[in-house]
Design a protein around this ligand. Structure first.
Ligand SMILES: NC(=O)c1ccc[n+]([C@@H]2O[C@H](COP(=O)([O-])OP(=O)(O)OC[C@H]3O[C@@H](n4cnc5c(N)ncnc54)[C@H](O)[C@@H]3O)[C@@H](O)[C@H]2O)c1
Length: 366
């Protein structure tokens, strides 16, 4: 290996495959780094499709079995962008072969699986990360800074909604995301896990929770994801059972005494990817919404009377985390940049021998 290269092998190549591939390609363009990612190989079960994906996304080669990717000596990192039931087997095999590892969220199907994955990275001394990319929106990173500086004081409330609507049509097929044996859970693990990660990052550890779940559409036609959050069905007459939650709501108490209220649903009509939170502290509040991800609403209780209220900050100034690598202030960035920032930390962690976060420990706690 060229000392300055980190050679990537990626398992899967659809929605998240595209996001990760793009991020590896853009990283050296925007950021000065000691290392350069090399898009060595991807794997997928369908040779025609995986070859086409490799060509389109700029990968040097492909394999039709992920095990072969792990055997290859010209690969340093395994990146897992396949459905949740595959994460544990692939990750454990990869780290036992000495590869650094990054996997999409949620870490695993069960707590037991997640524990085995965490034990494996500990025993094999590799760098590990889980892809909770929303932490890496500059406005979220800036919120963390405000909290650490004590600008909000003691935190009283963390209030998060993650609202989508892509499965509301009862004819939307029974894809892997709706089968418990493949996904582990529904809205909870698919999108609620991101809110849980933001809460742990910004407020701290959970102490206790109480929740309710609902599945509104209990049977659907059999079908497959077809890229992004779209799906297709060849046979709309035979129905299968939905075995995960369509929606979840829960209350939480944090170890530091703050209260949390959470909602995650894929039945909130009109909300395409409304991942938002509000934090209320003794000295101030912040509000963030992924659909306007560059903006942060901030309120400080010690502002002059008469001028008090939420102010809108466009987090694109050079002083805001990561944004100096891009454009002049006001020239906004987007969804794909959250992945660039996360992979920047991952590759730097490997190059400079530190363990970045969020990692498998965060995935296990989540
Ligand atoms: N970070 C985020 O915001 C985010 C967003 C979407 C999905 N995800 C996560 O990313 C992962 C992949 O989701 P996606 O939306 O990209 O899915 P997808 O359905 O778009 O793509 C899945 C890929 O895995 C392959 N695959 C499916 N089953 C496989 C198997 N048994 N063995 C090997 N390959 C298999 C498919 O061919 C495809 O390339 C999931 O864990 C999901 O929870 C994260």
């Amino acid at each position: 290996m060229n000392q300055n290269e980190i050679r990537i092998g990626m398992v899967g190549y659809q929605f998240m495959g595209k996001a990760h591939s793009h991020a590896y390609r853009d990283l050296p363009f925007y950021f000065d780094m000691k290392v350069k990612p090399v898009l060595k190989a991807i794997s997928g079960r369908n040779e025609v499709a995986v070859k086409e994906a490799a060509d389109k996304m700029g990968w040097e080669s492909y394999e039709i079995d992920w095990r072969r990717l792990i055997e290859r000596e010209d690969i340093d990192v395994i990146d897992i962008v396949t459905p949740n039931h595959t994460h544990a087997e692939i990750a454990i095999a990869a780290v036992e072969a000495g590869k650094h590892i990054i996997t999409e969220k949620p870490l695993a199907l069960t707590l037991e699986e997640a524990q085995r994955m965490y034990d494996a990275v500990q025993q094999n001394n590799v760098t590990h990360m889980i892809c909770h990319n929303y932490r890496f929106a500059p406005a979220v990173q800036f919120t963390k800074k405000l909290i650490e500086e004590g600008r909000l004081g003691r935190i009283y409330h963390f209030r998060a909604d993650y609202l989508q609507d892509f499965i509301m049509d009862p004819q939307f097929p029974l894809v892997w995301r709706l089968k418990k044996e493949v996904s582990g859970s529904g809205a909870l693990g698919d999108i609620g896990a991101h809110s849980i990660d933001l809460a742990r990052y910004l407020v701290g550890e959970f102490k206790e929770v109480v929740s309710m779940m609902e599945t509104f559409v209990k049977k659907r036609p059999i079908g497959e994801m077809s890229g992004g959050l779209s799906a297709t069905s060849d046979d709309t007459s035979s129905l299968g059972e939905v075995t995960v939650d369509d929606a979840v709501a829960f209350l939480a108490r944090f170890e530091n005494g703050a209260m949390g209220t959470f909602e995650a649903t894929r039945f909130a009509g009109g909300n395409r990817n409304k991942n938002k939170f509000e934090i209320n502290g003794e000295k101030g509040s912040v509000r963030w919404d992924m659909e306007n991800m560059n903006n942060l609403e901030v309120y400080f209780g010690d502002d002059e009377p008469g001028l008090q209220g939420f102010r809108l900050i466009n987090c694109t100034e050079e002083i805001h985390p990561y944004t100096g690598a891009y454009w002049p202030a006001g020239h906004i960035i987007g969804y794909e940049h959250t992945f660039i920032h996360l992979l920047y930390e991952f590759l730097n962690g490997i190059a400079e021998d530190y363990q970045p976060a969020p990692n498998f420990e965060d995935g296990l706690k989540n």
